[in-house]
Structure formats: C-alpha cells, structure tokens
Design a protein around this ligand. Structure first.
Ligand code: AMP
Ligand code: MG
Length: 336
C-alpha cells in the first residue's frame, strides 16, 4: 500500500479521508497535540485495525474525536454541570473528557470500561476532517506502541509507511504533548493524565480538581498510564543534576559512542560544549519540542541522556510526566 502525505495543497484530501474512514480504513491526521491514527468508532473491525497497526495492548482504550458541532449526547449517559462548563471554557482544545458511556460506539474503543473518552481537537485540519466524516473517530497517537508520539507527518510516515493509505498533514503540532485526560464521572473532576490544560485551569472553572495517582497494585483508572511509553529507540540515561549527566556522557564518548544530552535551555552553557538537544526555556516550549527532539536523538545518538528540567508550574507537570516515562524514570504501575 502506498502511504500518501496530503497537505493543504492536496486537492480533495478530506473527501478522500472520508471515503477511507467509511470503508473501514485507518487515516492519520494532524491535531494540536500530536498526530492521531483514526478509524470509525462505530465499526468493530475498523477499531481493531488501530490496535493491530500500533501493536497496542488490548486493554488500553482509545479517545473518540468529534467536530465542534457534533452532538455527543447519544454517546454519553449524562454530564455533570462542571463538565458542561469545562467544555464551554476549553473546547475545542487539548482536553479529553471521560463520561459514562451509553455503549453506542464499538466495545473495543473503551476496552470493556463503562466509560467513553471524548475530545474535540482545535486543529483546523482535524476539524475539517471530522466535519467531513461526521462520525466519532476513535484515535490514539499515530506511533507504534511504546514509541515516541509523532508531532510531524514525517514521524507518522516513519512508523506507518506502507501500512496506512493517508496522512492528513497539518504541519508540526503546536502543543506537542498528548491531551489532558479528565475523568468527569464523579462529583469532582479528576485528572487521569496531565497535559496542556492544567489542574489550575480546570479548578478555576470547576471549583476543584483532583489528580489521580494509581496506588501500587491497583488497576489504573486510565489503563494507558500503566505502560512504558514515549520511548526513543536508543539507550537512555536520566539524571536530576548535570554532574551525573556529564559523567555518563564522557564515559560513552570514551567508549567510542555518540552521546547526546537533552536538557532545558538554561543548562546548555554549563555542559562544556558537549552535544546537546535544547528543550527551550518555558513549559510550552518544552512540550512543543520534546517528542521531535527524542526522535532526533534516537537517530544520531548511541546514548541519549536526559537532565530533568526544573518544575515551573503550568504545563510542566505534563512535560515532566512524559519526559520521565520516555527515559524510563517513571513507568506507571507496571511495565509492559
Ligand atoms: P493515546 O490516545 O495513545 O494518547 O492514549 C489515550 C489515553 O486515554 C490513554 O492513556 C488511555 O488510557 C486514556 N483513555 C481512553 N479512554 C479512556 C477511558 N474510557 N477511561 C480512562 N482513560 C481512558
Ligand atoms: Mg499514545
């Protein structure tokens, strides 16, 4: 199968995408967070294709994506007032909301959970695609399972060339890390995965917001968080201070390897001219650059060394979560 990368200049790309989705095929598309790998959420067969293509564990549920005018009421069994307020405040945008499900979409979307995760992406490419198909589109990130999430069409192509017919190219993703996943089934909203919509932003609208942390041995509420994730395909090492990183770098260099240090902008001048990948200075910059730099690092380095950036509040919680997991410093509750 030929994989076509279709950017804005490609005539009729949304009509083509609609045809593929209606035929039960899988199409990759730009969003403001990372690229998604989408299929018709009503079709068992189409949804199962996503799991097979990614090598995704069968107990890691998918997020359903809809356009901004799509009526989600038939898909969900009620909505607390705070969730309606959050939708008005932050959607379309990088916030996924988990509701009690009516079971209308394929049972494989939620992997046996009685809830459904819904997101309305703000990317114009995603909106136009979703409007054209006018169906809920189940979509995880468009990377092979456990690999780094894709933030350009080229990243998707590198993982799925010859396996999917179409990538809707919307350029580089401005957000850069996956959406915040918020459980809206309880009295108080609870963050299951941190992202660009922060706990403070949610609490400011909903009055309160909890952060879920799975207890050891407990089945996680958001099963995806249990898996090793976002990992570059080279050896990695992770440090909270630069001395350890410099030692690991020099050892690797002396052994004939090509090490590289991934760190925030402020630390670069203190690394004595060693090879670095610069994450930038703000939480937003780091979110936007992290995955592209992990993919760049895995192509050139034999050892990619991360130095933990300072916690600066805002979206840094999400950045730190992804970075620790990419470097194997935090695996969730179990490894897979
Ligand atoms: P991905 O799209 O690859 O970023 O992964 C989707 C994330 O959303 C994973 O962490 C899933 O566990 C989570 N998720 C999807 N559906 C649900 C749901 N019904 N309840 C809780 N978490 C969910
Ligand atoms: Mg993913």
């Amino acid at each position: 199968m030929e994989t076509v990368i279709a950017d804005a200049a490609y005539e009729g790309r949304f009509r083509l995408a609609k045809r593929y989705i209606e035929e039960g095929d899988v199409v990759a598309f730009h969003t403001e967070t990372v690229y998604g790998l989408g299929a018709n959420a009503f079709s068992d067969e189409a949804v199962l294709k996503i799991f097979a293509l990614k090598g995704r564990p069968a107990d890691n549920p998918l997020i359903v994506h809809v356009h901004r005018e799509y009526d989600i009421k038939p898909l969900i069994d009620g909505e607390p007032p705070y969730a309606a307020a959050l939708r008005r405040a932050y959607l379309p945008g990088p916030l996924t909301m988990v509701y009690p499900s009516t079971g209308k979409v394929s049972k494989y979307v939620s992997c046996g959970l009685n809830t459904l995760a819904i997101r309305v992406p703000s990317s114009p490419t995603a909106q136009e695609f979703l409007r054209e198909v006018d169906l809920p589109v189940a979509a995880p990130s468009a990377n092979l399972s456990k690999h780094v999430s894709p933030v350009t069409a080229r990243h998707v192509y590198d993982d799925f060339n010859g396996k999917i017919p179409l990538i809707l190219d919307g350029g580089a993703c401005g957000g850069g890390i996956e959406s915040t996943v918020l459980d809206c089934t309880g009295e108080v909203p609870q963050i299951l995965r941190e992202g660009l919509v922060t706990r403070e932003m949610i609490a400011s609208v909903a009055g309160d917001c909890k952060l879920y942390r799975a207890q050891t041995g407990e089945k996680p509420k958001s099963p995806g968080m249990a898996y090793k994730h976002y990992s570059p395909r080279c050896r990695t090492a992770y440090f909270t201070e630069r001395e350890g990183a410099i030692r690991a770098y020099d050892e690797e260099k002396n052994a004939g390897g090509t090490p590289c240090i991934l760190c925030e902008h402020g630390k670069v001048p203190f690394l004595g001219g060693r090879e670095t990948l610069d994450l930038g200075g703000t939480g937003e910059e780091m979110a936007q650059r992290l995955y592209a730099l992990l993919r760049k690092g895995e192509r050139s380095a034999t050892l990619l060394i991360g130095i933990e950036p300072e916690e600066r509040g805002g979206c840094m919680a999400g950045v730190l979560n992804r970075m620790r997991r990419a470097f194997g410093a935090e695996h969730g509750t179990e490894e897979s």
